[in-house]
Design a protein around this ligand. Structure first.
Ligand SMILES: Cc1cc2nc3c(=O)[nH]c(=O)nc-3n(C[C@H](O)[C@H](O)[C@H](O)COP(=O)(O)OP(=O)(O)OC[C@H]3O[C@@H](n4cnc5c(N)ncnc54)[C@H](O)[C@@H]3O)c2cc1C
Length: 386
């Protein structure tokens, strides 16, 4: 049985780890990714606000040594979901008995006029890492944290970023000379959790962060230094921190697996409409937010489905849409929201914290993943003095 897993992000790493734990050398798993290593989404915020160094949040794939799993660094050029065959730029083609697409969402900053030229985005790795120096040199002024389109990964991230900008400016004694506005497409910061939304809105008010709901940023005008919002209104900026447009990787689009831009899957099993082909995480339209914890939960279910195919007689688990999201509130305080998205039901989420205990929980969340996925300790996870 050969299982080919496309993408070594949250979903691909969890899935291949589970398969290796279950079968060891008795399974043939190929894991393909174009990147040199893995970085948690939340580590981007740590680097940009000077809490971690880039090298400290980077986990090289060369460290993956798992029985039964072979990591291949290559760009995937084509996917044939009928033949379950993949071609990559290493010149090889990979035939699978079971194919899993975990290629995430690609980001397109150039889709928003002015964003590349006069703004900054903090969702790509280069974008977030470059912001470390931009923020360090910022003399104060009008800051906008703005979302340009939906869907977008980690819906709490723009709210967290606004709170972290506040902290950053206070520490540099620049807060009085600055304003912070948060432009979001939703009516509440975290719609499935009224408790979390209420706590965030209170935190914004307390810190003087202007909440601009139900709008996106359509363009940046670099001459007048204003952001043009989807309702035609404008906001001035000296520093724009944007969430760029998301889309499936082009290779997925060209594979014919998408409907309305994303890959539809059976919400219980994560199998696509192509037999023996599964998809997990941000690349899907399964109905959960695009976040690593959901990609991980889906990977667990796909692992169970594959295990049941190999070990006949076992009953696989099905997906329950559950995930725990951590929320940075600033001052090293973190809250968490337990959210469940069940198909056909209103999603629900309870808030715990913020507290320093949950901040420690979040660090533990990262270190346990790195230990399981890479088989080593996360030595660079300590925050550096700001
Ligand atoms: C600022 C920020 C903060 C975040 N905070 C959190 C958080 O606190 N909690 C949380 O759960 N989530 C968070 N996220 C979201 C999280 O990072 C993603 O939702 C998650 O990584 C999705 O997992 P995935 O496996 O679907 O895809 P990814 O982790 O994105 O992995 C996809 C992989 O596919 C590879 N790939 C793509 N195309 C190709 C190709 N053609 N050939 C070869 N390889 C390819 C990529 O290199 C990548 O490694 C955050 C995101 C951001 C940007």
């Amino acid at each position: 049985m050969r299982i080919v897993v496309l993408g070594a992000g949250f979903g691909g790493l969890e899935l291949t780890t589970r398969l290796s734990e279950e079968f060891g050398d008795d399974v043939d798993v190929v894991l393909i990714d174009r990147a040199e290593g893995f970085v948690f989404g939340f580590s981007k915020l740590d680097v940009m606000f000077g809490r971690s160094l880039p090298a400290g949040v980077f986990h090289p794939y060369r460290d993956i040594e798992k029985p039964g799993v072979r990591f291949v660094r290559a760009v995937i050029r084509s996917i044939d979901p009928v033949a379950k065959r993949v071609e990559a730029d290493d010149g090889a083609s990979y035939d699978a008995d079971i194919l899993v697409v975990a290629l995430g969402a690609d980001l397109d900053p150039s889709a928003t006029p002015g964003l590349v030229e006069v703004g900054h985005e903090f969702y790509t790795l280069p974008g977030a890492f470059a912001l470390r120096d931009v923020l360090a040199a910022f003399p104060g002024g009008d800051v906008i944290v703005g979302v340009t389109s939906t869907p977008f990964k980690c819906p709490p991230a723009p709210s967290e970023t606004s709170l972290l900008v506040h902290d950053f400016l206070v520490r540099r004694e620049l807060r009085d000379a600055s304003s912070i506005s948060l432009v979001m497409p939703m009516g509440a910061p975290i719609p499935p959790s009224p408790d979390a939304s209420k706590a965030l809105l209170a935190a914004f008010e307390e810190r003087g962060i202007r909440w601009v709901p139900e709008r996106t940023v359509r363009a940046l005008d670099g001459v007048r230094k204003v952001a043009v919002l989807s309702d035609g209104s404008e906001l001035p900026f000296d520093l724009f921190l944007g969430v760029p447009e998301h889309k499936v990787p082009r290779v997925v689009e060209e594979s014919g697996m998408t409907v309305d831009g994303w890959v539809p899957v059976n919400p219980l099993t994560l199998e696509t409409s192509f037999p023996g082909v599964y998809a997990v995480g941000d690349v899907t339209s399964v109905g959960t937010p695009k976040a690593g914890v959901f990609a991980e939960g889906q990977a667990t279910v796909v692992a169970d489905q594959i295990i049941a195919r190999i070990r006949t007689g076992t009953t696989p688990s099905t997906y329950d849409g559950h995930g725990t999201c951590y929320l940075e509130f600033g001052d090293d305080m973190v809250a968490k929201v337990e959210v469940t998205f069940l198909s056909g039901q209103t999603p629900a989420g309870a808030l715990e914290g913020p507290s320093s205990n949950i901040a420690a929980d979040k660090i533990e969340f990262g270190t346990t993943r790195i230990r399981r996925w890479f088989g080593r300790e996360w030595v660079g996870s300590e925050h550096v003095p700001v």
